[in-house]
Design a protein around this ligand. Structure first.
Ligand code: KG4
Ligand code: ZN
Length: 343
């Protein structure tokens, strides 16, 4: 085997068709992401059937451009890594089938990667030297969870949302305000320079638990919007966005701080699409300073869905035990829409 293997990563779990080539464990040579937000925007959320069709249309050209941008050829690839779950099952199947065909045809090993492990692994891409054990806050559209990570990929779930994920709640509140999809980035934009003057509850804040809850604050936002509309005055959309964003960030910060107090991690990794949020990044960095713990937050391109994180997580798993027959057992490698990464 070459010293530095080349991994082709493929990601199609939700509404981004993505492919990348990574050298060794941590060196991205390309990162191609074709977003579908334009086709889902008018529906206020992802339409699974439309997502699958678009993945099927784009997968070939996205993989082609990942290889071309990396200035390699298909013949140079040593390993294929693909998201196997969790996600929309039809969307996962597009990437998984493509990856299986490619790996089978070229007689390459194939790793089925957990998407959530991928998000957290993005922290190791931005800092391969991050001291472990790490406390990992994963905040995406479908998940809000806390993990401890003792070694790359060895995750233990210690907290999660009891209802909506943070990103999902941001998306829903944006929809109530007629701001389109995805909601997180537009809420951040509207909130900038505005005042968080409406008091929205931070659920479970006084409880000794590492769980989150975002459906209460979301419902409180719904009633706030209803009551403000009833006054007949123009709706203060910016201040509502600032207030809801603050309630979400307060909850994320509080539970991360509590987990850090209990677990005493050597670093804190914040990952997932919501980690693109500027004020959240600031608050987490301040928390790290206060606790004297290194905080690792990948750059936004590695926080939202991408295939670098999948290639890296796949390469790490493969290099731990390259002879594992599972990497050649394509028949057992099924899409798993509810796959949890925790042991
Ligand atoms: O990780 P991701 O790209 O996809 C999933 O695996 O779910 O996360 C998507 C989520 C969406 O809910 C989106 O609104 C949110 O990340 N998001 C943000 C920002 N950018 C994306 N939330 C807050 N602020 C942002 N700047
Ligand atoms: Zn994701």
């Amino acid at each position: 085997m070459k010293q530095e293997i080349l991994t082709l990563g493929i990601e199609t779990s939700c509404d981004e068709t993505a492919a990348s080539v990574v050298r060794g464990r941590f060196e991205p040579l390309s990162n191609i992401v074709a977003s579908q937000t334009d086709i889902h925007d008018k529906y206020g959320g992802i339409v699974p059937e439309l997502a699958c069709r678009r993945h099927a249309e784009l997968i070939g050209s996205v993989v082609g451009s990942a290889i071309e941008t990396a200035k390699v050829t298909l013949a140079d690839i040593d390993l294929v890594a693909v998201t196997r779950g969790p996600g929309l099952v039809g969307a996962l199947l597009v990437g998984l089938s493509y990856a299986k065909g490619l790996a089978w045809g070229r007689k390459l090993p194939l790793v089925g990667v957990n998407h959530l492990n991928g998000h957290i692994t993005a922290g190791l891409v931005s800092n391969p030297m991050a001291p472990l054990p790490a406390l990992c806050l994963l905040v995406s559209g479908g998940h809000t969870e806390l993990y401890t990570m003792e070694a790359p990929g060895a995750l233990l779930k210690i907290g999660s949302t009891r209802d909506d994920a943070a990103g999902e709640a941001l998306d829903k509140v944006a929809r109530m305000l007629g701001l389109g999809y995805p909601g997180g980035p537009v809420i951040e934009k509207m909130a900038k320079g505005s005042e968080a003057r409406f008091d929205l509850p931070v659920a479970l804040s006084r409880k000794d638990t590492l769980d989150f809850s975002f459906s209460g604050p979301k419902t409180a936002a719904k009633y706030l919007i209803r009551d403000l509309m009833a006054t007949g005055d123009p709706l203060p959309v910016e201040d509502i966005c600032a207030s809801f964003q603050k309630a979400v960030i307060d909850a994320l910060e509080q539970k991360t701080a509590l987990a850090a107090k209990w677990r005493k991690p050597k670093s804190i990794i914040v990952a997932g699409g919501v980690a693109c949020n500027g004020p959240l990044r600031e608050r987490m960095n301040l928390l790290g300073e206060r606790l004297g713990v290194e905080v690792v937050i990948p750059p936004p391109v590695l926080c939202s869905d991408n295939a670098v994180m999948i290639a890296v997580a796949g390469a790490i798993e493969y290099l731990n035990n390259p002879e594992d027959p599972a990497f050649r057992d394509f028949n057992s490698m099924d899409a798993d829409s509810g796959w949890a990464p925790s042991r």
